[in-house]
Design a protein around this ligand. Structure first.
Ligand SMILES: C[S@@+](CC[C@H](N)C(=O)[O-])C[C@H]1O[C@@H](n2cnc3c(N)ncnc32)[C@H](O)[C@@H]1O
Length: 386
C-alpha cells in the first residue's frame, strides 16, 4: 500500500498526548513540532486516525513542502504537486492559509495563488476548461513558515473535538478533545473514583467514561474525507467495525459529576446518554460546599469557573477555599485543576502543585495544576460521596 505523509494537529501543549495516542495506534517515527505531529501512514489509516484520536484537532495529508520566497515559486511548485491523486474533477475546493515569519506575508494573496495553481493543475490533468465544483469538499491549507510552504489537505472537516454528543448550552464548556487530554494526562484508571465537582455539561467525565469503555470518539460523526474517491469506502467500514468491536460493556465505573446549576446537570445527563455512557456516570445537582467526600482515595479533574469569562474573582475565592478544606487532610486524593486564574495555588494549600502544564482553552491561556495523591493500597468499592 502506498505511503502518505500525515500530520495530526493539536492544541499547543498537547503534542505529547497526541504522540502517545499515535504510538498506541501503532505509528512510529513521529516528528513532533509545535501543534503538530508528522508521520507516515497509508490511505487505510485515514479513517482509523479520524475515528480514534481523542486529543488531536485534525488529521491532514501533507501533499507537498517546498521553499517559497516569491509568488512565482509558490505557484509553480504548487502546480507541480499531484493534486489529481486526491482531488476529483467535480471537487469543491477551498484554500485557507497562514504566513508566519516569511517574505510572503499576505495570507490572502498566498491563498489565491495556491488556489489558482491547484485549479490549473486539475484543468490540465482532467483536460477540462472549468471545474463544476458540484462534488465533495476539499480544504487545502497553505502554511508558510520561515519561507517554507507546506500544502496540506484536511481529511477531518469539522474539528475532531466535534463528537456529536454535546448540546451547545452551558457556560464555557471545554472542548471535548481538551477534556479527553486532561483525563489522559491524569493518573486516573477505570477502577478508581473520579469526580468533577463543577462538571458543567459533563465533558470531562463523559470523555473519561468513553476512554474507560474504549468508545472511539469519532464513531458517531462524519468526516470530510469520507466522500473522497481516493479513500476506499471499505476502509471507513472496516475502521468503524473495528471501533465498535473494541467497545467494552457498561461496567463498574465510579464516576460522579456535580454542578450548582440544575440545568447543567440535565445537559450532562442528556450528553452522557447521547455519548453512550449514560449508565456510567452519576450526575447530581450540588453546590461544592455541600459535597461530602468520605473515601480516602480518588481523583478530581475539573475546570472551575474562572474570572475571565464567569463571575468575578471575588466570587471564585469561596470555591477555592472550599476545595482547600475538602482536600487538605485527604492526601489520598489527586487533583487536576484547569484554570486561567493563577491565584488557585495560593488558596489550595495542601501542597505546591507537583506539575503545572500550560495549555490553551480556545484562545485563553490556562494552567493545568496537578497535585498527586498518595497511592491507594486497594481499590475502593463502597459508596463514595454523598
Ligand atoms: C467552567 S464551567 C465547567 C465547564 C465544564 N468543564 C464543561 O466542559 O462543560 C464551571 C461550572 O462550575 C459551576 N459552578 C459554579 N459555582 C459552583 C459551585 N459553588 N458548586 C458547584 N458548581 C459550581 C458552574 O455552574 C459551571 O457549570
Amino acid at each position: 500500500m502506498p505511503k502518505i505523509n500525515v500530520i495530526a494537529t493539536s492544541t499547543f501543549g498537547l503534542e505529547a498526548v497526541v504522540k502517545r495516542e499515535l504510538q498506541d495506534l501503532g505509528f512510529t517515527k513521529l516528528t513532533v513540532a509545535d501543534g503538530k505531529i508528522e508521520f507516515e501512514a497509508t490511505f487505510e489509516d485515514i479513517p482509523r486516525l479520524n475515528i480514534n484520536l481523542r486529543a488531536a484537532d485534525r488529521v491532514l495529508v501533507k501533499v507537498g513542502e517546498f521553499p517559497a520566497a516569491d509568488f512565482g515559486q509558490l505557484f509553480d511548485r504548487t502546480k507541480e504537486l499531484a493534486w489529481e491523486q486526491w482531488i476529483p474533477r467535480d471537487a469543491k475546493i477551498t484554500v485557507i492559509g497562514k504566513c508566519v515569519r516569511s517574505i510572503l506575508a499576505s495570507v490572502r494573496s498566498s491563498q489565491s495563488i495556491a488556489h489558482k495553481a491547484v485549479i490549473e493543475r486539475l484543468k490540465s490533468k482532467y483536460q477540462i476548461e472549468w471545474l463544476p465544483e458540484t462534488g465533495p469538499e476539499f480544504t487545502i491549507q497553505v502554511a508558510i513558515l520561515k519561507d517554507v510552504a507546506q500544502l496540506t489537505l484536511d481529511t477531518s472537516g469539522p474539528g475532531l473535538h466535534k463528537r456529536a454528543y454535546r448540546m451547545q448550552h452551558g457556560e464555557v464548556p471545554l472542548r471535548e478533545n481538551l477534556a479527553a487530554a486532561l483525563v489522559l494526562l491524569s493518573f486516573w484508571k477505570k477502577d478508581r473514583v473520579l469526580i468533577d465537582p463543577m462538571c458543567g455539561s459533563g465533558t470531562i467525565l463523559i470523555e473519561a467514561a468513553m476512554i474507560a469503555r474504549r468508545i472511539a470518539p469519532g464513531l458517531k460523526r462524519e468526516f470530510a474525507s469520507e466522500k473522497w474517491p481516493a479513500i476506499d469506502k471499505g476502509f471507513w467500514d472496516e475502521a468503524r467495525k473495528a471501533a465498535r468491536a473494541a467497545i467494552l460493556p457498561e461496567g463498574e465505573l465510579k464516576i460522579f459529576g456535580y454542578d450548582i446549576d440544575p440545568e447543567r446537570i440535565k445537559d450532562s445527563q442528556a450528553n452522557a446518554k447521547k455519548a453512550g455512557v449514560g449508565q456510567d456516570i452519576i450526575f447530581e445537582q450540588k453546590d461544592i460546599k455541600d459535597l461530602w467526600i468520605n473515601q480516602p482515595h480518588g481523583i478530581v479533574i475539573c475546570n472551575p469557573p474562572y474570572g475571565i469569562k464567569l463571575g468575578s474573582l471575588k466570587e471564585l475565592t469561596p470555591i477555592y477555599v472550599t476545595m482547600h478544606h475538602m482536600f487538605k487532610s485527604k492526601p489520598g486524593w489527586s487533583l487536576y485543576i484547569l484554570t486561567g486564574d493563577d491565584r488557585f495555588p495560593d488558596f489550595f494549600k495542601r501542597a505546591r502543585p507537583d506539575k503545572v502544564r500550560k495549555l490553551f482553552n480556545g484562545t485563553i491561556e490556562v494552567n493545568y495544576y496537578q497535585y498527586y495523591g498518595e497511592k491507594a493500597e486497594k481499590v475502593e468499592t463502597a459508596e463514595v460521596v454523598s
